[in-house]
Design a binder for this molecule. Sequence first.
Ligand code: LRH
Length: 484
Amino acid sequence: MSGGTVAAVDLGATSGRVILGRVDQRAGTLELGHVARFPNGPVRLASGLHWDLTGLYRDLTRGLADAFRRDPAVASIGVDSWAVDYGLLRGGRLLGEPFHYRDERNEAAVEAVHRVVPFEELYRRNGLQFLPFNTVYQLAAERDAASDGARPGGWLDLADSLLLIPDLIGFQLTGAKVSERTNASTTGLVAVESGEWDDELIERLGFGASVFAPLVSPGESLGGLRAGVAADLGAPAGIEVVAVGSHDTASAVVAVPMRAESAAYISCGTWGLVGVELEHPVTTDAARAANFTNEGGVDGRVRFLHNVMGLWLLSESVRWWERDGEAIDLGGLLAAAASVTASVPVFDANDPRFLAPGDMPGRIAEWCAEHGVAAPASRAEFARSIIESLAEAFAGAVRTASILSGVDVETIHVVGGGALNELLCRRTADRSGIPVLAGPVEATAIGNVLVQARAQGFARGDLESLRALVAAAFAPRRYEPSGR
Ligand code: LRH
């Protein structure tokens, strides 16, 4: 067999898509076909900020039906999404819409977890940077909500299983309950050294080990589509769902056309995930102090990276300005930002005040007032200030990743939607003093496609062989540092 087509479902925090990927390694080709794109976002219910999982499932299955209409020879399906969020099930039934990681319920839970397992110990065990929304804190919030009697969404003790978002979709499609490793590594409950569920930690936190599903690695099959689903999708019987790097960032890193020994990557969309790929985790005191994470990568690699608040700062500002119905042209705003000549403030993009949805320009102005610097004076200046602050945070995280890991970074690869943002790529090159190679934009879907293609026998070899296909198919755009 010399090649074939697979379908990637890639769910991001602001949009989802279904993409067909045709891979023929012998011919050295990799082609993408965009089938469907649909919006995603938080829904504020009485119980807090949630995802509309049911709506997402409707949209993605419509997209998959379209994919099978276009190419009845699609060999398999793979699903990836943002990390950390989960749904609880009892008897196969979903106990409410999953919480959105930007919900505020985690604040009190952080302290509750650290009282039982101090952060230093937690980091030694799971190797994860502190993010207040890591699943471990969300589950503590869930547990405590149930025990105070009010149960505003606290269903942990009622659940018989917990599945992260892509696994939850895999379950709807196939009936199989599994936990894919790259995404499971973001829960905080997987031991960084063994890669297995940390049962002792789970027990100490009172979560109940039986809700966690068996771990599977990218490339393993979840099994065939349920008969009813296959009929709904117009898919031939026996189409498999294959576990991919179901954490979107893990899939994106598969598709970074880099030489890992001398490159850093920035997977830039809602978040900017900045780091390097390693063979072994780094859980030193310095890595903990710098808040660097060791997430599980495809083929057992380690994604040693830091979460920088990404284009969320810009998209949430635009959403705020548009709240009275005005439509803002993002291209025009970025062009105006590129022409700003006044000096703009560089604020700390990692400040936790920027995490929750809301008045982002107001919070930037508040940060400036607290730090005695003049706030941006126009929308173009706000946009420029956001880009400069992101570029500075990216450059800093690349420097830290290099120091902590020993990787001598000669090139920075920017993949994801941020690769289209010329100003951001240019200023990241300028502020880091390192050339930036931008693209591919659809790295996440490509990584998803490649892992499926390898499972189907359309490609073989290690990540370097898969990356060679990416490099051949998508010529990156190069930004040299200007010295400014
Ligand atoms: C990016 C991402 C990131 C996580 C965050 C929750 O989409 O998966 O890697 O930290 O969402």
